[in-house]
Design a protein. Structure first.
Length: 528
């Protein structure tokens, strides 16, 4: 039996109920023996909560969960690395705070959650509950727990920024949330001598939210090569620990092992979290795919909060083609998360973009989309912001059918008519930057349909605007602004854009599209 931990964050449940666990305890051991206060930033659904739960089990001394054993369901769980080390498995007092709950919809709800958590620890250690500040109560709990147990205290905080990300556009709410967190976690630096370990997770770097200004001793391991694989699945882990799962999925889909692995890699691999650039697979999507025996878009639908999608609308226009290969300086990652002037580092932290290249001489990171799942999902989100809201669902349905007819049967004329309907529905207030504007929107549309599309397709004499690689043919599209379709076709011929596909085997169709600044739409097209 192969049980996949889809949506399960409890380390105890995963082990005792026989779910698959990819052993991350070598890095857990490294963390707990080499340092004390840590911060880790990773996108949603990447295993941060499971890591927090694993750390809790370690510090609670629950060695039995890490040894080899057979579950009550008859499933054999292997011994994990940390059980083979010299870790003493002493029991420490552990204070845990989980802000990933979706119920934190107001300051009152936040106060209720924090107060309940503190009351629980006060009751555990026999401390009278008062109306003192969070910081005073935290100090009292830390001191009392240490005195009663003889052990220093462990503090674990998961998804600290979750509530702030849901109120990005509400300055008073942001201020109120910051004040609560500064009060709650303010003592962690001053009480360092009473703490055994501190670990905080989130999407955004702690320096960006202004919450941990007093807690500046945290070791941010978010982009440290030694810890880049602590969340997610490496290819080595995939082809060893999860090899059987690839084989089972390949068998169910009637594919070879190599073909199945290649499809999983194209859709879920490609995340890099440091200059080391170790390929990481999205664990949520990977396990969902194994569980459903189907490759589909899983993370984007569940890991993307509405607040992050709404944030796209307030940013400068994002050109998907330009997002691929865009350089960022290291200091760019310190931009405030609610700053919309420079979106790429924000998109990196939320999982839309990843590190494609590191240039050490410039301390510069080159960003791009990690895989097909994210690339397509991001394009769909951009589509929703350029289509008129009233016609969005209807137009997309029409588009989908026209696209499928074009892809499967080569019905280019009907697809271009559908394109005209789309451009007619684009709100007038969206900036029209000439040919580039239409080029960017066309590219986004093709990506949202999952097309194999190349923007600025290089040849020996220039670059074709768009090249579509379809199952039954290659389509080279050239756009002209306030010009003719004939001029576009002439450019394709003169610059030999089609020559590189001579040996491809698929027929090549050259398409000239003429856009009008007055009509803001396609006014003429020709193909040959």
């Amino acid at each position: 039996m192969r049980k996949y931990p889809v949506g399960i964050q409890s380390f105890e449940s995963i082990r005792t109920e026989g779910y698959i666990y990819v052993d991350k305890t070598p890095l857990v051991y490294k963390m707990i023996t080499e340092g004390k206060p840590y911060f880790l930033s990773r996108p949603r659904r990447f295993g941060k909560s499971l890591l927090v739960n694993t750390l809790a089990a370690v510090f609670e001394g629950r060695r039995e969960l890490f040894e080899a054993f057979t579950t009550e369901y008859g499933i054999e769980q292997p011994q994990l690395f940390i059980a083979t080390t010299d870790w003493k498995w002493e029991k420490y007092p552990v204070l845990r705070f989980d802000f990933s709950t979706s119920n934190l919809t107001s300051i009152a709800k936040l106060d209720e959650y924090v107060n309940d958590a503190l009351c629980g620890y006060e009751q555990q250690y026999g401390i009278p509950t008062t109306d003192a500040s969070y910081s005073l109560r935290m100090k009292n709990i830390i001191h009392t727990a240490e005195r009663q147990t003889g052990k220093k205290v462990v503090v674990l905080c998961d998804e600290y920024d979750n509530m702030m990300l849901h109120f990005l556009n509400d300055a008073p709410m942001q201020k109120a949330i910051r004040e609560r967190f500064q009060d709650l976690f303010g003592p962690l630096k001053s009480e360092d001598s009473h703490l055994q370990f501190v670990f905080i997770t989130g999407i955004s770097k702690f320096s960006q939210m202004g919450i941990f200004s007093k807690l500046n001793n945290l070791n941010n391991i978010s982009m440290v090569p030694a810890y880049e694989t602590i969340c997610g699945i490496t290819e080595k882990e995939l082809v060893t620990t999860l090899r059987l799962d690839i084989e089972l999925m390949a068998e169910r889909q009637g594919k070879s092992y190599d073909a199945m692995l290649a499809e999983l890699k194209a859709n879920y691999d490609g995340y890099h979290f440091s200059e080391g650039k170790t390929d990481m697979y999205n664990p949520f999507s990977l396990f969902k795919a194994f569980n459903n025996a189907k490759v589909d878009s899983y993370w984007f639908e569940s890991g993307t909060t509405r607040a992050l999608i709404d944030m796209l609308a307030q940013m400068p226009p994002i050109d998907m083609a330009e997002a691929e290969g865009t350089p960022c300086m290291a200091e760019d990652f310190n931009v405030a998360f609610d700053s919309y002037q420079y979106p790429l580092p924000v998109l990196y932290q939320s999982g839309y973009l990843t590190i494609k290249e590191y240039r050490p001489s410039r301390d510069q990171y080159v960003l791009g989309f990690p895989n097909r799942e994210v690339r397509k999902g991001f394009a769909i989100s951009l589509y929703r912001y350029v289509a008129s809201s009233q016609a969005d669902v209807r137009n997309r349905s029409v588009f989908q059918n026209a696209w499928l007819d074009f892809r499967d049967d080569g019905n280019l004329a009907a697809f271009i008519e559908a394109l005209k309907v789309f451009f007619a529905g684009v709100p007038y207030m969206i900036d029209d930057k000439g040919e580039h504007h239409f080029h960017a929107m066309l590219y986004t549309l093709f990506v949202s349909f999952g097309a194999d599309v190349v923007a600025e397709d290089l040849s020996s004499k220039g670059r074709a605007d768009l090249t579509l690689k379809m199952p039954k043919g290659i389509y080279i599209l050239e756009l002209k602004y306030d010009d003719t379709a004939d001029a576009a076709l002439q450019q394709i011929d003169e610059r030999g854009y089609a020559a590189k596909y001579t040996l491809d085997g698929r027929p090549v169709t050259k398409v000239g599209l003429a856009f009008s600044s007055k009509e803001r739409n396609i006014t003429e097209w020709k193909a040959k």
